[in-house]
Design a protein around this ligand. Structure first.
Ligand code: FE2
Length: 191
């Protein structure tokens, strides 16, 4: 063992099925239902009604076996279902990395958007299969499904970056993405 080796992961191949969007071997899958997204949609009454009713799955995150520990480089595939709540497009919770480190998202299927907020500035990247969205250190990030089919992307991120979801509840994301007749419209977060 060299000084550079950190247990417990050995070099490995992970089979990625680009059609079925599976990883093999794969790690745990996280499922976020509407009820898991409290405080995030502008229309809290509509959110509450959907949560108490059908409580649909909004997105899933399937991880590779690489652990989320410092110096490792985990990957995951997120799939966001198509839909909106009072016009606000379905999205991930969004998070900031407590340890400010970068991340990349590679769009795989469907169409979406990558919303980023550094506390002052908002950035939006249109995501379609083949687009790599780069998230610099210090930018909170949220993904949005802008289409009519599931939107999936691959994330690759430093294992020690961490996930701070409370940051978004406290600071917002700068903008919200709404479905309009012409496509997608970004509106101020608090209006
Ligand atoms: Fe992240």
């Amino acid at each position: 063992m060299t000084a550079f080796h950190t247990p417990p992961i050995s070099p490995m191949a992970i089979a990625f099925d680009a059609e079925r969007l599976t990883l093999s071997p794969e790690g745990p899958t996280l499922t976020r239902r509407m009820s898991d997204l409290e405080g995030l949609f502008r229309d809290s009454d509509a959110w509450a009604a959907e949560s108490a009713g059908e409580n649909p799955v909004v997105y899933t995150v399937t991880s590779s076996p690489v652990p989320e520990i410092d110096r490792e480089l985990p990957q995951s595939i997120t799939t966001i279902m198509p839909g909106d709540t009072s016009g606000e497009l379905w999205m991930t919770k969004g998070h900031q990395h407590p340890n400010h480190q970068g991340e990349i998202y590679l769009a795989l299927q469907g169409t979406g958007g990558l919303l980023m907020f550094d506390g002052e500035r908002t950035e939006w990247i249109d995501m379609q299969p083949g687009t790599i969205g780069y998230i610099p250190p210090g930018w909170a990030h949220r993904s949005v499904n802008t289409g009519d089919e599931p939107y999936s992307f691959l994330a690759v991120y430093p294992g020690g970056a961490g996930h701070d979801y409370g940051w978004v509840l406290e600071h917002g994301m700068g903008s919200r993405a709404y479905r309009t007749a012409g496509g997608v419209e970004l509106r101020p977060y608090s209006e």
